[in-house]
Design a protein around this ligand. Structure first.
Ligand code: GDP
Ligand code: MN
Length: 377
């Protein structure tokens, strides 16, 4: 889960990393109002989850509230690297004397957090690495020991930082490390970390939070930020693994491996899957219903192949979910069900009472759904 700049800055504020005041605007009028409230020059910043907003024209300095309004008008119409801008962050402009780069991420090879610092900042890390490779300082942190003061001092010394800046920069290092741990981040980045009037201030923020360990404090933060299709959003909210594909046969299965195999079988029969959807282990009728709703709400779907291998998942629960959905939504596309394993007989009975006959195996299932879909289109 990625955070928007304004959300990341809220976390910086909570943890004690200085940021400029600012507020979110959804319209030019709101942007003007916020600029007036903040007073003085402001920066109007597109809130999108892609980097390089500045270069794309999504970040503009405004001297007056009227100018902030005009910039917001422009930026709110932009699409940056494929992402539509829906809101802007209007924030007090910072006078920048100097820009640093600081980030903490996981070095998977070393199985440890790695701190990356550069006395040059502002440009993206890739560009920094190209232009000033010798200026990038990296060091690992022992996760049990935490970030040690001597490591920070060594890094800052190596980077040629003046002694007067050692302590304030060191404080930012330890607070960022605290944020990294506390918010279960896979990545935190401040770029630029600016020196302004002798003080350090985070001018930008980037957070990637571990999806499997989102802290309770951040519950709901993703909701309004979700991008993607309505199906992808609904799946994410329901905790289902869903990937949109470019075909027309909706696929639902349990277990990522089984679903992948199902996609392959359908493709081998000359069909094109519309999606990958894994309901996971132990799916009950409710989860099954949700999965069906998501797949059926995709206008590309012309047929449905449900492939369940009952283990922890019970076939009767799956069948009940299917029947409930049939009653509530009406399933109007051809459907093929393969159901085997735990409580298979009960499941079959429930389906057969509704006139649905499960196929014997997945090869037959794939061939059947492909045939139906070809006939009906
Ligand atoms: P990014 O392009 O998505 O990384 O967005 P940033 O928030 O990092 O802004 C891009 C660049 O705009 C920064 O590197 C700064 O040089 C400049 N910038 C952003 N905010 C301010 C500000 O308040 N004052 C000044 N002087 N420059 C800013
Ligand atoms: Mn930046």
């Amino acid at each position: 889960m990625r955070l928007q700049e304004y959300q990341g800055k809220e976390l910086f504020r909570r943890i004690g990393i200085p940021v400029a005041d600012g507020e979110i605007a959804f319209s030019p009028a709101e942007a003007e109002e916020i600029a007036r409230r903040l007073g003085g020059p402001v920066v109007v910043k597109a809130q999108v989850l892609v980097g390089g907003r500045g270069k794309a024209g999504g970040i503009k300095l405004a001297q007056t509230p009227a100018e902030a309004r005009a910039h917001a008008e422009n930026i709110l119409h932009m699409t940056i690297k494929g992402e539509r801008v829906r809101k802007v962050f209007v924030t007090k402009a910072v006078e920048i004397e100097r820009e640093f780069y600081l980030s903490i991420t996981i070095d998977r090879a070393a199985k440890r957090p790695i701190v990356i610092f550069s006395a040059e900042g502002g440009m993206e890390i890739e560009e920094l690495a190209r232009r000033y490779p010798e200026k990038i300082i990296r060091f690992h942190v022992d996760p049990l020991m935490g970030l040690q003061a001597y490591q920070v001092r060594t890094a800052l010394f190596q980077a040629g930082i003046a002694s007067s800046l050692m302590r304030p920069l060191g404080e930012i290092f330890s607070k960022l490390y605290q944020a990294f741990v506390q918010y279960r981040a896979n990545l935190v980045e401040i770029n630029p970390l600016a020196l302004s009037d002798g003080k350090l201030i985070a001018v930008d923020s980037k957070f990637i939070i571990d999806d499997d360990d989102v802290p309770a404090e951040l519950a709901g933060w993703e909701e309004e930020e979700l991008s993607g299709s309505p199906q992808e959003r609904a799946a994410k909210q329901a905790g289902l693994q869903y990937v949109k594909l470019d075909g027309n046969i909706g696929i639902i299965g349990n277990g990522a491996g089984l679903v992948m195999a199902t996609l392959d079988l359908v493709a081998r029969q000359g069909g094109r899957p519309a999606n990958f959807l894994d309901v996971g282990g132990g799916a009950n009728a409710e989860v099954m219903k949700k999965a069906l709703q998501i797949v059926l709400s995709d206008p590309d779907v012309r047929g449905l192949f449900i492939n369940i291998f009952g283990g922890i998942t019970r076939c009767d629960e799956v069948a009940r979910g299917l029947v409930a959905t049939q009653h509530e939504l009406g399933i109007r596309v051809p459907m093929v069900v393969r159901l085997t394993g735990t409580n298979e007989l009960e499941g079959r009975k429930i389906l057969e009472a509704q006139g649905i006959t499960p196929v014997a195996d997945m090869e037959e299932g794939a061939a059947t759904i492909v045939r139906h879909v070809h006939q009906s289109s």
